[in-house]
Design a protein around this ligand. Structure first.
Ligand code: ZN
Ligand code: MN
Length: 493
């Protein structure tokens, strides 16, 4: 069942006249080997409750020690997204009671976070390129993980995740549709992957999204009561859930009702959003500065070093690729999808000896990358792919034979490219005697077309070339066929 089918309002009916306002909070697990405040491993998938110690179990008297690498990755993410990283920030206790929180509080940051004031430009379906504000990025620790389906009638808790380092990326309510929310998440994930601060795996819980949504009459600037949706396990489901919740709120207002601030959960199987509890206000958490940790002080030289180590990010790379290789913005987007693909493309341009960026792009994206099982992993060492390209450039195989040859090379990684091409019958016939023979046959078989061609009907020359190629089963070198046919027509005329 599609979202549109169950949500007629979303298809433009009742939604017309209303504007959707979305702000996202994204929790991202940092790529560290150890936890935020202790030396326990962060490895995913270890047996439950094996990576634990007094600190991450919240035992009395255990003291937290911040993980420098986590702070470095957090600062890197902040710089990459254009935030100001503050030389001094404060850890705070966020107090609440839940079985996955053994201390009764989470160490987070509140009034003085690590970084504030960033932005991310995204391409939207309806509004072109739009800059989405990023309010803040702060550092915090993860809670443990509850399992409600492992032990009948009971909840099981795995503390391996307790204390794992996270950043929370708080976005401004600048998104105007469920599709924009998805575009933002896609762009954000790409930047975080380029920065190598997280593996951003939603399946493993290293990227989690909470979505705040409200609606208002179109043209109004007010911010109405919002609801927060949790339990969103894919970007597609973020988009779906926001569509359901937007339609629910519009319908409620149209009935003359009001929206109550709530936390909702999304049931992807049933395709519905339902309330789980009334939404907490920040004062419910009784934040106060963490007494076990001093302020987080970052020296100017350290911050400058983190900043200087940033890689070229997707937007800059796309622009450079457009300028350097003369690619369209779409084509540049394809070969900068990941930093690894972009690096492979740049090597390939050199190795292939392509005469221009567009030619290299065609070979790389259409012929090589299209053979990748996941669309990301280059299926063949670039040096080997370049061998096949050189056969095209030398006129030994037809341009159209490149992709099937590369496919064969993926299956036979150590075989010689020319030998494989020979075996597949791709090596072009450049024996002029053989080609002359086909030309004579074609001239004999199509007297009418030959006469008209000799009288100047130029388009028939193409027809006759096609006939010769057909007789050669596509293996004749088209340049030689042209020459031989011209000679043959002249000789008989
Ligand atoms: Zn621990
Ligand atoms: Mn948080």
């Amino acid at each position: 069942m599609s979202a549109a089918a169950t949500n007629p309002a979303g298809a433009g009916g009742a939604a017309r006249g209303w504007e959707t306002v979305v702000g996202l909070e994204v929790h991202v697990q940092l790529l560290t080997r150890t936890k935020m405040f202790c030396a326990c491993s962060t490895a995913f998938g270890d047996p439950p409750n094996t990576n634990v110690c007094p600190v991450c179990l919240g035992l009395p008297g255990a003291l937290p020690v911040p993980n420098e690498r986590a702070v470095r990755l957090a600062a890197r993410a902040a710089y990459g997204l254009g935030l100001a990283v503050h030389p001094r920030s404060i850890f705070a206790r966020k107090n609440y009671f839940y079985p996955d929180l053994p201390k009764g509080y989470q160490i987070s940051q509140h009034t003085e976070p690590l970084s504030t004031g960033g932005r991310l430009e995204i391409a939207t379906p309806d509004r072109g390129n739009v800059t989405i504000g990023i309010t803040r990025i702060h550092v915090e620790e993860d809670a443990a993980k509850s399992f409600h389906d492992r032990v009948p009638g009971m909840t099981a808790v795995d503390f391996n995740r307790s204390g794992v380092p996270l950043i929370e990326i708080v976005g401004e309510p600048d998104l105007r549709s469920p599709a924009e929310a998805r575009a933002y998440l896609t762009a954000l994930k790409q930047v975080l992957l380029y920065l190598e601060v997280s593996d951003c795996s939603m399946e493993e819980g290293s990227l989690r999204v909470d979505a705040n949504v409200s609606v208002r009459p179109a043209g109004s600037a007010e911010l109405r009561t919002r609801c927060e949706i949790k339990n969103l396990n894919s970007f597609a489901n973020v988009e779906r859930a926001l569509g359901f919740e937007r339609d629910r709120q519009i319908a409620e207002y149209q009935r003359g009702g009001t929206i109550e601030q709530r936390t909702m959960t999304f049931d992807a199987a049933k395709g519905e959003v339902r309330p789980v509890r009334s939404k907490e206000e920040s004062h419910d958490y009784r934040y106060f500065p963490e007494p076990d940790l001093p302020p987080l002080v970052l020296e100017a030289a350290w911050l400058a070093e983190v900043r200087a180590s940033l890689p070229e990010l997707p937007a800059a790379k796309r622009e450079r690729f457009q300028a350097t290789y003369e690619l369209s913005s779409n084509d540049a987007g394809v070969v900068t999808a990941t930093a690894a693909i972009a690096a492979a493309f740049e090597s390939f341009v050199t190795l292939s000896g392509a005469s221009g960026g567009k030619e290299a792009w065609n070979w790389f994206a259409n012929d090589l990358l299209s053979l990748s099982a996941d669309g990301e992993t280059i299926p063949l060492p670039l040096e080997r792919a370049a061998e096949a390209v050189k056969l095209v450039k030398a006129g030994k195989i037809a341009r159209q034979a490149l992709r099937p040859l590369l496919a064969r090379m993926v299956e036979a990684p150590s075989a010689d490219a020319a030998a494989l091409a020979q075996g597949l019958g791709f090596i072009q016939v450049s024996d002029t005697g053989e080609i002359d023979g086909w030309v004579r046959e074609v001239i004999g078989a199509h007297p009418g077309e030959v006469t008209r061609c000799r009288r100047g009907e130029a388009k028939l020359f193409g027809f006759l070339v096609g006939q010769v190629m057909k007789r050669s089963k596509g293996r004749a070198d088209p340049k030689l066929v042209n020459a031989a046919l011209q000679a043959g027509l002249k000789a008989g005329g």
